[in-house]
Design a binder for this molecule. Structure first.
Ligand code: GLN
Length: 378
């Protein structure tokens, strides 16, 4: 083959967004807000650019931002990370994930993932010669059978990748899941890559259980988060990786040759904006309203609404409407009914089709209203 990923196509998010645009459909496929971020945050960026902060940031990130990140993690999860030596600002969550995998995965290392899985994990592991072991979570509960996971662990297991809250299922890990995980990894050298980019979007008063709350997990974990999700600025591509110094030192060796450093004025603006906790404390309520609006609007349709505990994605089962596979159904929905979604099978290597699609509700009420109207006519 010409390249290492010659068997991989364009991501489903780009595909569905393109299909949405071609068909002038309401785009509830790719996960991004269609509303403006807070003008206060935009003003900070403007100010820092005009004040002349336009050159390279330090490799690991601006200290002011790393301090605010450490403060946020401590306040939310009672875990201490040293800002300078344990937090690295990255070009979004995806780059942090890529760099973490590139840093630690060597040929034949095994990596356990849980499907439906965000699409970048597996190809990135493959790029570095790693071998994927998958546990398939299934509708409607997307529960994990930890005995099965335990059965996958052997001396080659190098890493477990978690995504909590889970994109696309919208499910979160329970305390019992975490305890099972602790039991599996203790006395092993297994690393955990914990993708928690939706950590601040959890509903109904439920609590997000970050990996860093648990000392037995914190010591072996790379915790990934995203400002795109936190402040509605997915196009800024800024996130971070928090990990114990021994892991961060290695992570930065790769990071320095991957992006070297991240956008200076935006880091300064984020640091300033994060000084006020109110800027992210109400995210749960903000998105819960949108979730409830969408669910309410769809409650009289024949779609089955699966539980959504977190993230800004709602899973819909459509088997009362069509017997098409989810990819064909999502295409039809876009072309004919002008609502773009993401078929769940694209989150499974083996294209598991359970007739479920994903809708993004990080949208203005009027956008959701139009989508509900179209979906109600089916
Ligand atoms: N995280 C977003 C989603 O799940 C999209 C990211 C992307 O397009 N790469 O839809």
């Amino acid at each position: 083959p010409l390249s290492k990923l010659s068997n991989v196509g364009t991501t489903i998010f780009s595909q569905m967004t393109q299909l949405a645009n071609e068909n002038q459909a309401i785009n509830l496929s790719q996960g991004f807000p269609d509303f403006m971020p807070d003008p206060e945050l935009l003003n900070y960026v403007d100010n820092f650019i005009k004040k002349g902060f336009n050159q390279y940031a330090p490799m690991g990130g601006m200290i002011g931002l790393k301090e605010e990140i450490a403060r946020k993690i401590e306040n939310s999860h009672q875990a201490i990370y040293h800002p300078d030596s344990e937090i690295t600002v990255t070009a979004g969550g995806t780059q942090a994930i890529f760099t973490a995998i590139a840093t630690f995965i060597k040929r034949d290392d095994e990596v356990i993932i849980f499907e439906p899985a965000y699409d970048c994990y597996e190809p990135t592991v493959e790029l570095f010669g790693g071998v994927i072991r998958r546990f398939e979570m299934k509708a409607p509960d997307y529960a994990i059978d930890w005995n099965a996971v335990k059965g996958m662990v052997n001396e080659k297991t190098k890493m477990i990748i978690l995504n909590n809250p889970n994109n696309p299922s919208g499910r979160i890990l329970k305390e019992s899941d975490i305890q099972e995980l602790i039991h599996i990894v203790k006395d092993t050298p297994i690393l955990i890559l914990s993708d928690e980019v939706y950590e601040n979007i959890v509903f109904d008063g439920k609590q997000h259980l970050s990996i860093c709350k648990y000392p037995e997990l914190r010591e072996r974990s790379l915790l990934i988060a995203s400002f795109g999700k936190l402040f509605h600025v997915t196009g800024w591509k800024v996130g971070y990786c928090a990990a114990p110094k021994i892991l961060t030192d290695e992570f930065r060796k790769v990071h320095q040759f991957n992006v070297f450093s991240v956008n200076t004025p935006i880091q300064l603006a984020l640091a300033e904006y994060m000084k006020d906790d109110e800027h992210y404390n109400h995210l749960n309520e903000f998105f819960q309203k949108k979730r409830d609006f969408l669910r309410q609007g769809l409650s009289t349709t024949s779609f089955e609404l699966l539980d959504c505990e977190g993230t800004y994605f709602q899973a819909l089962k459509y088997d009362k409407i069509s017997d098409k596979n989810d990819f064909d159904f999502a295409s039809e929905l876009t072309v004919t009914h002008k609502v773009a979604s993401v078929p769940f099978s694209s989150f499974y290597k083996n294209k598991v089709n359970e007739n479920v699609i994903r809708l993004c509700f990080a949208k203005k009420e009027e956008t959701l209203e139009r989508a509900i109207e179209n979906l109600s006519k089916i």
